[in-house]
Design a protein around this ligand. Sequence first.
Ligand code: NAI
Length: 395
Amino acid sequence: MLEGIHDSAIEALARVGYTHVVCHPKALPEERLLEEIADAHFVGIRSRTQLTEKVLAGAPKLVAIGCFCIGTNQVDLGAAARMGIPVFNAPFSNTRSVAELVIAEMVLLLRRIPERAAAAHRGEWQKTATGSYECRGKTLGVVGYGNIGMQVGVLAESLGMRVIYFDIKSKLPIGNAQPVPTLDALLKEAYVISLHVPQDDKTDRLIGANEIARMRPGAMLVNASRGNVVDIDALADALRSHHLGGAAIDVFPVEPKSNNDSFESPLRGIDNCILTPHIGGSTQEAQANIGVEVAEKLAHYSDNGTTVSAVNFPEVALPEHQSKHRLLHVHDNVPGIMGAINAVFSDNDVNVSGQYLQTRGDTGYVVIDIEANYSEEVLNRLTAISGTLRCRVLF
Ligand code: NAI
């Protein structure tokens, strides 16, 4: 476990019997990493450890990788899949943290706190109610009604807001939230708009100059989703011209790579704009949740073979395998492998009681439950099938 992963992960692993855990408080330089990973069955990292093809090639015993964070681009996912190693992460452990920050920012923006606070820091006393509002009774528009968007909606309703949402998928409303048919309808109606969409081709500059122009005069925009979703120059213009009343932005098209780099943005210096350094999900609670979520996924894969939510691997959801042996066979996704596997069973009179197959890209993953009375020969022949990447037995 590298990079100071939260103790909750170690505790979650210990609860299911995994006690031989070596912890490092920081990322390791490549040479040290190669030494440490050479005998490891699992590795847990956060964002700074680079698991390149070279490093993975030096880890012949590695069964699975846990990214105790959201992003996984520090791992060569393709190389891991080619070696039959699933990679797990924790995409949803910080949902509540993001939602709370959004709510707090919305309240501050509506009260014009950022600009009053900035003025106070400059020695100005702006004691006035002008332009300050309660959030009660205002309409919040949520764009992207997924895990975070829904939580924001629920919390906003508890403060007395009316919630509308737009999602490209049909989503059942939680609480009293109401769907609107188009983004345009939401832009025209909402007084506060909060963005919770993923980053993809369709959400790139989803909110540009045209969309901002359609927002209500004085409206507020919150973006804690992805930096490319908002055209930052257009937003800066709208804030400077006071078409928009305020904004809170946590994510940016270009973000500093480390805390030592300076932060550049056209939004700097605009008083009613809260700028935060991509910390929407950064809380102690989220770190603890991430620790448990990823540790449980690693242990579950190890004990049961389930790969649900793996980011680079076929996803297979499996029942318990009491009183059975379970074979996990990871292979190249090419024709003929399943035939070869099943031939081994029929040649050796092995009774198969369950079989679960999924493929993803170049990788196939089949899990086979069999009665316990099989010979070593069966395993040797399964491992010898051309295209086999890994073969593991659980009992
Ligand atoms: P999610 O996948 O649960 O929800 C996203 C929703 O957006 C889905 O319902 C999807 O159908 C919808 N959607 C996709 N394209 C859309 C479009 N063009 N228009 C309208 N709706 C669209 O994701 P989750 O967990 O709620 O995360 C949302 C965003 O928050 C992601 O971009 C994620 O990266 C970001 N995030 C930011 C954090 C931070 O620190 N600021 C921390 C955690 C997540």
